[in-house]
Ligand binder design. Sequence first.
Ligand SMILES: *Cc1c(COP(=O)(O)O)cnc(C)c1O
Length: 367
Amino acid sequence: MDPTTRLLHAIEAPDAGRPAEPDLTLASYLVSDGEPDAADYLRADHPNWRDVERVLGALENADAVLFPSGQAATHAVLADLARTAGRLVLPEDGYYNTWALAAVVADATGVDVATVDLLDLDAVGRALDGGPAALWVETPTNPLLRVADLAALAAVVASSGAPMVVDNTLATALRQQPLAFGASASVASLTKGTTGHSDVLAGAVVTADVDLADRLRAWRTVTGAVPGAFEAWLVARSLRTLAVRSARQCATALTLARHLHADGRVAVHYPGLPPHREVADRQMTGGYGSVLSFEVDGDAAAADAVVAAARLIRPGTSFGGVVSSWERRARWPAETAPQSLIRLSVGLEAAGDLLTDLDQSLAAGVR
Ligand SMILES: *Cc1c(COP(=O)(O)O)cnc(C)c1O
């Protein structure tokens, strides 16, 4: 079945007389049948989490474990990797809170943390040399939209025996399935494009490694940072429309990226443009994502002026929502992106209206 169909049919059809769509289960325990069952206490398992896990698992033919945020999912995986790896190798550019979290895990466990340019395969190989290590990949990266070659990285980790984990937030599991390229797990913030309505925080880990999935569930149960039932229900509901939202957002994002590229006033970063297009075509399907970024020719103030001049595109962080938004990314002190870089999240507005807003904002901001 096409992933688009799996999104809708991974959750079993209800019996006659039952609600047509998954209902919200508000309970802290299930009535016992007398046999001890840890899953009866709903910190360990929950019907509304299971709905999400079925759908996300079906997209990658694997098991999925739901977490209350992308950070919680990342934390569970980094802590698991630190049990056996002496070194965590992270990408040099990517989501800066992953580095912050790796530092927390390093403090707690004594694991070393190193960063490397994922596009430099020799450097990746060297970073994994000398003792057990694990590779954390992010592609496309947030916010520079650089694309790492998953098949090539898988070959590098295969020769060193290191596990590879991919942060799949930007692409979503619909557009990119890292497990098929040799990743042992893919991690995503569902807060972004996967849910797309900017109304819920959630995260997930997808893996075909049954032992890893068991350990992640045990971690979630014992640490107690669990998703709420309503949040899980919102995620499952949002997944119903992921395919149509994503198709439209990817198409509009490509239109805007090409427009900016042709215009030449700004340096555009988008997986659907050179130099990343070729690798993206090998590992992404049906679109290059809803996010692009560009550096305006000027300083931070010039970029701030562009953001402020928009009439339609909302100023704000996060991305993947149905309403377009943008921000000068380096306004966050820990961000390492260039000062004049604006990250644009493309929503569901008509492409022509967004083009108009983009052009008038650039005209107002860039002199
Ligand atoms: C937002 C984000 C996260 C963290 O997810 P939260 O749901 O905000 O905790 C992780 N990785 C990437 C690439 C992100 O953009």
